[in-house]
Design a binder for this molecule. Structure first.
Ligand SMILES: C[S@@+](CC[C@H](N)C(=O)[O-])C[C@H]1O[C@@H](n2cnc3c(N)ncnc32)[C@H](O)[C@@H]1O
Length: 296
């Protein structure tokens, strides 16, 4: 059983909203069209994309929606008056979202939020129903697991990052099954958009790369992300004042004891193997945006 406490994730979501500013700005500038007047970001997290959309569309109404009040507060601070922030859940159908936006939307963006809805197809249907005729739904979901580490780190078994991705995949399955009223989505996102009545459905994947050596700031971000992921899978840190917002059944073993020990050494700032001192870490990521248009 895995239960995510989004309130405990609020600080991390705010940090990633700031850290992903360049990616958000690049994607927002490709998504918006002249004449877009109403835009919504559903499951907005720290508000990074909502802010980028507001900056790309001066004069438009941008509404950032999230189901968690603490997360929304972070979005409100991050977007600093550029965006209207509203509390509503995708799990309650389209009406609360429609009321929150208050007008048919020219563009609805949802990144890594629909996969937390109990019924993902129902959530996609709800998002599609918010669109004005000819409006676009953009779902950022999936892509490829990001790469940061060399295959052989000189400590532990090679392939450590691949095994972390596999463990996270198993974690994701249990997370989905733990959602109350969870419904499977046994097909891809483009099919979900098509079933929601959208047309011209396609996917655009965005590759971003920061080669080694990383700047101190980016290296710090990468180390922090690994810390969060390892805490999530080992339960470490939970209940010690730096909670990661995830309850993990204690006897669930996601990583082998050998890999847990390797990660412990890699993430120990005092130890000889600390990742934060390496010059060979990089960031290579591919994120997918699935797009569909409402009929005119
Ligand atoms: C993984 S975060 C993604 C945040 C942001 N969109 C991003 O890409 O960085 C998922 C977000 O969806 C929100 N969320 C989860 N379930 C939701 C629901 N049923 N309705 C609305 N928001 C939800 C969470 O509070 C969280 O802010």
């Amino acid at each position: 059983m895995i239960e995510i406490d989004w309130g405990e994730e609020a600080g991390r979501l705010r940090a990633s909203a700031a850290g992903e500013a360049d990616w958000n700005a690049a994607v927002a500038s490709r998504l918006v069209r002249d004449g877009d007047k109403v835009v919504a970001d559903i499951g907005c997290g720290g508000g990074g994309m909502a802010k980028a959309l507001a900056e790309a569309l001066p004069g438009a109404t941008v509404v950032a929606i999230d189901a968690d009040p603490d997360v929304l507060e972070q979005a409100r601070e991050h977007t600093a008056g550029l965006v209207r922030c509203e509390l509503a859940s995708m799990d309650e159908g389209a009406e609360p979202l429609r009321r929150a936006i208050d007008a048919p939307a020219d563009l609805v963006w949802a990144s890594a939020s629909v996969h937390h809805a109990a019924d993902q197809q129902a959530a996609v249907d709800a998002l599609a129903s918010l669109l004005a005729p000819g409006g676009r739904l953009a779902l950022a979901e999936g892509g490829l697991p990001a790469r940061h580490l060399p295959w052989d780190l000189g400590i532990g078994e090679p392939g450590l990052e691949l095994r972390l991705d596999l463990a996270q995949d198993r974690w994701f399955k249990v997370m989905r099954e733990s959602l109350p009223g969870s419904v499977p989505l046994p097909y891809g996102w483009t099919e979900a958009l098509t079933r929601a009545g959208l047309t011209d459905v396609t996917t655009q994947s965005v590759l971003s790369e920061t080669p080694a050596p990383l700047s101190p700031q980016r290296l710090d971000d990468v180390v922090r992300q690994f810390q969060t992921r390892i805490e999530r899978l080992t339960g470490a840190g939970h209940g010690h004042g730096h909670g990661h917002g995830h309850m993990v059944v204690p006897d669930e073993e996601w990583l082998s004891p050998e890999d847990v020990d390797t990660w412990r050494q890699l993430l120990d700032p005092q130890g000889p193997h600390f990742l934060g001192r390496r010059v060979d870490l990089a960031i290579l990521s591919v994120r997918s945006v699935h797009l569909g248009n409402a009929p005119r």
